[in-house]
Ligand binder design. Sequence first.
Ligand code: NAD
Length: 286
Amino acid sequence: MNTQIIDGKLIAETIKSELKNKVLTLKEQSITPGLAVILVGENPASQVYVNNKKKACEYVGMKSFSYELPAQTSEKEVLDLVETLNNDNHVHGILVQLPLPKHMDEQKIILKIDPAKDVDGFHPQNVGALSIGLEGLVSCTPAGVIELLKRSEIEIAGKHCVVVGRSNIVGKPVSLLLLREHATVTICHSRTKNLETVLKQADIVIAAVGITKFITGSMLKPGVVVIDVGINRDENGKLCGDVDFKSCQSVASHITPVPGGVGPMTIAMLMHNCVLAATNQGGASN
Ligand code: NAD
C-alpha cells in the first residue's frame, strides 16, 4: 500500500502563518487578540502545554496573559479571576488548563467562562451549539482532526467514520463534527462488543482511547484513513499513539504519526479560536 503519512506539523504551521495575516488585519482595526491562560499548581505536563501556548501566541502576533497560581489557590479565587477576565476587553480568549487540583470543581469553573471567550470550546453553551449545528467555539483537538482531513483532501461526506472513544474532550465532539460534515458515524467505547467487526467497516478511523498501540493493522480494512489522537508513552518511555503505526501503515491509505500528527493541530486550532473570538468580539483597543 502506498500510504500517505499526514504531516500534522506542516499543516499546523500553515494554519499559524495564515493566522498571522489575520492578526495583522485585526491590528489594523486596533484589535490585538489576547489569550489568558490560567494554570493552577505545578503539573509538569501542564507547564509544558502552557509554555507552548504562549510561544504560539507570540508567533501569530497575539498577546498572552499568564496566571500561574499555587496549588492551594481556592476555587473562589479562580472564579473571581475568570470573572475579571470575562470583563477585560483586552482578553478575547480564556483557557483554564486542565486538570485542576482536586479541591476544585472543573465544571463550575468552565461554566463561569464567558462562552464568547471559551476558546477551549468546553462550555455547555458551545457544546450545545455544536450538537444542534449553531455557530460557536469548537474544542481544539476535534476541530484539528477535521482540519487535518480536509487539508489532506480526504472526503468525509458519506464515509463511514468509526470513532473509538466517547470522552467529552475528544470522542463526542469529533463525532458531532464528522456528522456535521455528513459522515455516517459509529461511536465505539469500552462497552462496545465486537469492536473489530465495527472497525473493519470503517473508511475513516479516529482513535481516542488512551491505550498504547490499541488498534492494529489486522483490525482494519485496506485503504482506511487512520487518525490517531492518542498521546501515550510506550514501554521505553517513547511517545506513541493509540494506533500501532507499523502494522496500520501497511493497510492504511493515509495515517497520522505520533508525534507530529494531531498534537500540533490542537495548538493551531486554539490560535484559530482566539482569532475568531477576537473577530467576533471586536472593539477592544491595542
Ligand atoms: P478518556 O480516557 O477520557 O477516554 C477514553 C475513551 O476510550 C473512553 O470513552 C472509553 O470508553 C474508551 N475506551 C477505553 N477502553 C476501550 C476499549 N477497550 N475499547 C474501546 N474503547 C475504549 O481519554 P481522552 O481524553 O478522550 O483522550 C484519549 C487519548 O487522546 C489519550 O491518549 C489522550 O492523551 C489523547 N489526547 C490527545 C490530545 C491531542 O492534543 N492530540 C488531546 C486530548 C487527548
